[in-house]
Design a protein around this ligand. Structure first.
Ligand code: ADP
Ligand code: ADP
Length: 226
């Protein structure tokens, strides 16, 4: 179970810039929600507030009806996949995936089981001993997703995860992430500036512009919007 609610969420950066204005989003358990809009409209800021990587200026963020505004990121039961993959270059694929569990003091056998399971799900079992620089872009992206999967989080956050991939791979990875959503039964929030990506992947689409939510709806409803 994981519902996520943003209630009147605002973000004003230290320099006074009002990046997110009164955002209200209700995300149901297991829903795949896409935040879409042009560069600079506040998508990443919104996602980072959900992750706890950015302070919330005002409003209430709740996960499963518990207010988490002041809960540190590591206690939020959330895992995030970044645009630039954010892999540790000196660590192997295995160690990249294991790292988040090690620092959370999971025991060795559990870490091994979770890494093996994620590698199997993502079809990267043959790459476990490689370093990131020995991987293709698509393979790196899989490792980044694997690092989130091993945590077994209730909520997955994706920040433009496919934007560094070529067009063909991007289409393939869209389908893979959609099938992962079905398989893991998790709630997912996905940020993209690509409208086609939003329409093909989202159960619910949140359209942002200049820090404001303009529309929320399912792909069909939005498609028919005048
Ligand atoms: P998007 O993800 O939609 O491209 P962002 O959430 O990254 O947009 O940024 C929204 C706006 O907030 C942009 O105008 C950006 O320049 C601004 N912004 C982002 N980070 C900061 C910061 N640390 N300080 C001030 N302004 C910021
Ligand atoms: P099945 O119905 O085939 O058992 P599950 O929904 O249990 O499917 O999940 C498929 C695989 O994904 C299983 O190996 C399960 O352990 C794993 N899995 C389930 N939920 C998560 C999660 N939140 N994070 C990572 N792996 C998960």
């Amino acid at each position: 179970m994981a519902t996520v609610d943003l209630k009147n969420i605002n973000k004003v950066y230290d320099n006074g810039f009002h990046a997110v204005k009164d955002a209200n989003i209700h995300i149901k358990d297991r829903e795949f929600v896409v935040l879409v809009g042009p560069s600079g409209c506040g998508k990443t800021t919104t996602l980072r507030m959900v992750a706890g990587l950015e302070d919330i200026s005002s409003g209430d963020l709740t996960i499963d009806e518990k207010r988490v505004n002041d809960t540190p990121p590591k206690d939020r039961d959330i895992a995030m996949v970044f645009q630039n993959y954010a892999l540790y270059p000196h660590m192997t694929v295995h160690d990249n995936m294991a790292f988040g569990l090690k620092i959370r003091k999971f025991d060795k056998a559990d870490i091994q089981a979770r890494v093996n399971e994620a590698a199997r799900i993502l079809d990267i079992e043959a790459l476990l001993d490689r370093k990131p620089k020995q991987l293709s872009g698509g393979q790196r992206q899989r490792v980044a997703v694997g690092r989130a999967i091993v945590r077994h989080p209730k909520v997955f956050l994706f920040d433009e995860p496919l934007s560094n991939l070529d067009a063909k791979l991007r289409v393939q990875m869209r389908a893979e992430i959609s099938s992962l959503h079905t398989r893991l039964n998790a709630t997912m929030i996905y940020v993209t500036h690509d409208q086609v990506e939003a329409m093909t992947m989202g159960d619910k689409i949140v359209v942002m512009k200049d820090g404001v939510i303009m529309q929320i709806g399912d792909p069909l409803t939005l498609y028919n919007y005048p």
